[in-house]
Design a protein around this ligand. Structure first.
Ligand code: AQP
Length: 321
């Protein structure tokens, strides 16, 4: 079984990415699972090239520092030749209507001027990511399910039209985990590309920054902490973060803390300790340019070795090589 998951360098890695994804990826430890930095997906809307490059490098370092074996990690654009060729073959297997009906495209393009064509076609690139690696399972949230469904359709159509090349992937639900909310707007999820970062804890924030952000977190005004996600999303978010870091149930943890001040200090301590090894490991890797370059090159070579036969076969079967 090969599982494939990605993280997009649309901003600095935040606490939610760590608790909801990276930490689990590192713990899963299945030898064939693959994790990648999807930098090509960060280009479907206006982007800054230098920033994209540095965020992709940073994310690679964060993935490795979070404990994911370097053998299982790669940067998407290092496979640009293979993915470019396969995306084209898959675009020639996909109808315009199938791409245009993607809900994410409709939502993200609505009312926008100068929408990039790549916003329409990026689900086909995503299909290429999946099919190139022969992934059996793609754990995704609800918003990405339709895209994995498209990858399934294209794999089946290709296989039945030209011959068996692709594994037909399945969208799986990631195990229920912490859904971390923005500290300043606790009804929204914490996001690396949030307009306002006061409520976002980044993995590379210094301990004092983390403490400051948590002290300022919105806590719904009542005097004692109670776990009630519906009516008290701010304090409930803090309790969920604490539970994700130290274990236990949020409702039980609430009883241990008589005031918001004490709770916030405990959450800050827990988050600082949770992120410390990732922050220190990332910084060390970013300082060791040669080592990071070696990890990146080795990851790319392995990912290409494992998968390039599928592009060659697909091109041959469509009559293009
Ligand atoms: N707040 C969150 N709580 C729990 N898990 C989260 N993830 C993201 N935010 C939270 C998980 O992180 C993984 C990688 O995310 P992604 O790069 O694919 O994009 P995303 O889900 O859209 O993450 P962001 O940080 O919100 O990015 P932007 O701002 O670009 O939209 C995924 O497994 C995701 O579930």
């Amino acid at each position: 079984m090969v599982q494939l998951s990605g993280i997009t360098p649309s901003g600095h890695v935040q606490l939610g990415n760590h608790l909801g994804a990276l930490r689990r990826w590192a713990a899963q430890g299945e030898p064939d699972d693959l994790y990648f930095v999807s930098d090509l997906h960060a280009m479907t809307t206006a982007h800054n090239p230098a920033k994209l490059r540095s965020l992709a490098t940073e994310q690679l370092a964060v993935l490795v520092a979070a404990g994911i074996e370097p053998e299982r990690v790669f940067v998407q654009s290092d496979l640009a030749r293979e993915l470019g060729a396969l995306t084209w073959v898959l675009e020639c297997t996909c109808s315009y209507g199938e791409a245009a009906r993607m809900i994410q495209f409709k939502e993200k393009s609505k009312g926008q001027a100068g929408v990039r064509l790549s916003l329409l076609t990026y689900p086909v690139l995503m299909a290429a990511d999946i099919l190139l690696q022969g992934a059996d399972e793609v754990p995704v949230g609800e918003d990405q399910r339709q895209h994995v469904e498209l990858a399934r359709t294209l794999a089946r159509r290709f296989n039945s039209t030209y011959g068996e090349v692709f594994v037909v992937p399945e969208a799986t639900l990631p195990p229920a985990g912490a859904r971390v909310k923005d500290l300043a707007e606790p009804t929204r999820k914490m996001s690396k590309s949030a307009q306002n970062s006061v409520g976002v804890v980044f993995v590379l924030d210094e301990p004092e920054q983390i403490r400051r952000k948590i002290r300022k977190a919105q806590t719904d005004g009542d005097s004692a902490p109670v776990y009630d996600p519906e009516n008290r999303p701010g304090v409930s978010n803090l309790l969920e973060i604490l539970a994700a870091c130290v274990g236990g149930e949020p409702a039980e943890l609430a009883e241990k803390y008589p005031s918001y001040g004490v709770l916030k200090d405990a959450v800050a301590d827990a988050v600082i300790e949770e992120l410390r090894p990732v922050r220190e490991g990332t910084r060390a890797l970013l300082d060791d340019v040669a080592e990071l370059e070696r990890v990146r090159k080795a990851g790319a070579e392995r990912a290409i070795d494992r998968s390039s036969h599928r592009v060659s076969a697909a091109l041959r079967m469509v009559g293009a090589a």
